[in-house]
Design a protein around this ligand. Structure first.
Ligand SMILES: Nc1ncnc2c1ncn2[C@@H]1O[C@H](COP(=O)(O)OP(=O)(O)OP(=O)(O)O)[C@@H](O)[C@H]1O
Ligand SMILES: O=C(O)C1=C[C@@H](O)[C@@H](O)[C@H](O)C1
Ligand SMILES: [Mg+2]
Length: 174
């Protein structure tokens, strides 16, 4: 598989580690790092939780879609928000500017990491459990992924190594 080395875009459920892994990967490969959640917060001048409260799920998805469409860096790892896949234009844009990597983890393991969903300000679309939110999104994560990384049982360091190997074309996973 050919990896588009301009940008690496991380997608996946909240708690899958896009932000935690992304910055470590960026440092390792000499790339920049952008967390699109922080770009959204800066643009709106409030926290993600507050934006969701104010605009509702649909309003947040629209804002996130617009912001993500405006992110066009070079040689950068982009950690997206868990709900980024609801933005069709943004995901098409990301596929144009880089390689999209889905960090895959089953809902049981996500639950252990997440703690309170409410505190994280998740776009729930009326769903209340991690399992239901996962079920609502899993097809979208798979649809947009150029690479799917199963991180079950892996430490952050191991997942970064696995991704590094793929990027550097020493690929034994795809
Ligand atoms: N093996 C692991 N891999 C990744 N993260 C892990 C692992 N074990 C524990 N964690 C923890 O899980 C959490 C992952 O959260 P993080 O904010 O990176 O996820 P995210 O995908 O960016 O979520 P969001 O969509 O809400 O932005 C962190 O607190 C991290 O330390
Ligand atoms: O998965 C989600 O619904 C979200 C994840 C966060 O990264 C933020 O983008 C926001 O809190 C919504
Ligand atoms: Mg994040």
């Amino acid at each position: 598989m050919e990896v588009h080395m301009n940008n690496i875009i991380l997608i996946g459920m909240p708690g899958s580690g896009k932000s935690s892994l992304g910055v470590v990967l960026a440092k390792k490969i000499g790339f920049g790092f952008i967390d699109s959640d922080l770009v959204i917060q800066q643009r709106e001048g409030m926290t993600l939780e507050r934006i969701i409260e104010k605009h509702g799920d649909a309003g947040f998805i629209q804002i996130e879609n617009e912001v993500n469409c405006s992110i066009s860096p070079h040689h950068t790892v982009i950690a997206t928000g868990g709900s980024a896949v609801y933005g069709k234009e943004a995901m098409e844009h990301f596929k144009d500017i880089g390689t999209v990597v889905y960090l895959e983890l089953p809902p049981e393991s996500l639950e252990e990491r997440l703690g309170s969903l409410k505190e994280r300000g998740v776009v729930s679309n009326g769903k209340t459990t991690v399992e239901d939110i996962y079920a609502d999104r899993v097809a979208l994560y798979k649809k947009y992924a150029d690479i799917t990384l199963n991180e079950q049982g892996k430490q952050i360091r191991e997942t970064v190594e696995m991704l590094y190997d793929i990027i550097m074309n020493k690929d034994q996973y795809n």
